[in-house]
Design a protein around this ligand. Sequence first.
Ligand code: BGC
Length: 738
Amino acid sequence: MRRRTAPCWWMYVLIALLATAVQLGQAAGQTSSANSLTDAQVRDKATNLLRQMTLDEKIAQLSQLPGFPAPEFKENVSKTMEEVLKQVGAGSVLWVPDPKEINRLQHVAVEQSRLHIPVLFGLDVIHGYHTIFPAPIAMASSWDTKMVEDAQAVAAREARAAGIQWTFAPMVDIARDARWGRMVEGAGEDPYLGAAIARAQVLGFQGKQPGAPDRVLACAKHFAGYGAAEGGRDYDSSYVPEEQMWNVYLPPFKAALDAGAGSFMSAYMDLNDVPASGNAWLMHDVLRESWKFQGFVVSDAFAVRSLLTHGYARDYQEAVHKAFSAGLNMDMASGTYLKYLPMEVQQGRITTQQIDDAVRPILETKIRFGLFEHPYKSGKTIHSIAVIGPLGDADTDLLTMWGAMTKPGPAISILKGIQEKVGSAVRVAYAHGPNLYRDIPSPFENLPISEMKEQPSQTPEEAHRAIEDAVALARRSDLAVLVLGEIDLMSAEYASRASLKLSNHQQELLAAVSATGKPVVLVLVNGRPLDVSWAAEHVPAILEAWYPGSQGGNGIADVLFGDANPSGHLPVTWPRSTGQEPRYYSHNLTQLPETSPDFKSRYWDVLSTPLYPFGHGLSYTTFAFDNLKVTPTARVGATLDVSVNVTNTGKRAGDAVVQLYIHQRAGSASRPVRELKGFERVALEPGANRTLHFTLGKDELQFWSPSLKKWVVEPEQFDVWVGGDSSAALHAEFRLTE
Ligand code: BGC
């Protein structure tokens, strides 16, 4: 067995996960799995959706909404894109350049539309997305199909990472007239070379099997004969004898189809006096009847309404009728299908069966291409991980000094845990960085009963060279996992320290690796809070592992890669710096309470608040607390009931650690500002909620009074807070009476 789950993964405390956090789990998981549904399963899923859809929802799937102001669309649809997405969804959205906006709109479609059908975001990713490769005609000049395939795979990965799932490429139009401006977008004049390059591009974009989350849906365009525009004048009519169509212009399209191209785009021009976007010979006879194409056809931009301009239709409704009847599934950006198709159905000119037949390939494509599993922009695909730091390959150090005493054998190091987790698909390399050793040695070193050892001391030059090596490794890798902290001899007995700073050049190592710009995850192996204020501001994710024991490396890898959801919460207050110590949450209120409006800080060089409060801990999901109820008054000696509702508001199952704090407002002694008096770990599926009950009785309410020299429960006013840490805001009050 390659991996196992560590028995106590909840011991890890995710203390910082900023917005840019690296989602190792998603990224690594996405490298491998293409969608493995069978054709029958794809069909069943589509049938099931079709059964639930209204006519308007179906027609929305036949429509691509423009992601830019388009008067042609406005003329037909008065709603905003967001309104359309919420009310009926959409087949696709065209040209939204900003990945954040794509993600936002996809969330609207997936979360707010009735049937949660994801949208295909389409863009012309012709020869690169972020990395721009030579123009298509230049790529074809290579005659190197492998290279062309690889280039389009890179383009696909980059586009998918930005949320684009559909490219309007490859353009496979044969071009024999150099006056035609779009010759540059294709592979030249020859059908054989054109077919080979078309095939390579489709494979590059889509992969061999559709559905991998780092690939995009290809679209062979412009179907067909566009390159034969008379006089090389773009958009002008093409007159191509049938034998030339079969022998010259169609073969690259057939090659694209055979390579698995999931979509085709109709062309703008008249082909032999019938506009390609209303041409049943092309879209029905050739594509579906002869070639058995199972995907869908989208029009070129606004080409449905252009059937009117061509003089092929009397009005828009007839244009829609002709385009749809000829086999055009999706209208690009003109909104004509949205407006006129419902009328066509209501007037009986198009049947609901025809609508279903047109929608089905769009739904099936979305299912087959994994849109339902991966609707959002993908994380960065990870090919290499740098594990860096003097505790990255540590084994006995993960046991603590007492754990190592019985010589239980080495623990699984974090390096090993990560290697086992990702397998051979991801290159994992290690750089140790500077060594860890105490300024004043520990008497526990080299005891016959244990094997604890310091790392050898180094000159500053040696330490800096080690940092340079680590930086070089980070530069060659997709991300860095830094494992920093304290070797076992730096914590526990005879291991106090005056400074909580990361010792032995570790802070320099962290800053230097972060400066490479690579995503960094910091894993802390240590026995006490350390000064990680710099990391809290600059490092996307921080995981506190403490000394995680024999299975430490496996457990940490489970958390980093999302197989376990962290739910540890800090049992100590985490200071911003050494000078704040001792810093604990249950201190008394003082002359100028920290809650007063005038209060800024006890220090002039740092805030009084801790970096992370007692009880703090993050999760890959989120929790909300509400409906806090407490018996408002009770007699001294009675037991009060406190109830609170906790909901998992995120998308993953996880454990909440619900904490209850109280404060006695006055009495025979000053009482702490907050005291923990109840807690419960509760496992919740996404969206699930539970009402928890706590009791406050004598044990929770009593304290030993220094003035009365005895244990007392006092008739006073009390505050109660419940939440996920000691700064919980959800508040209630109660009074104890004589
Ligand atoms: C072009 C197509 C392109 C589409 C969407 C049209 O003007 O002819 O090649 O894919 O716009 O961008």
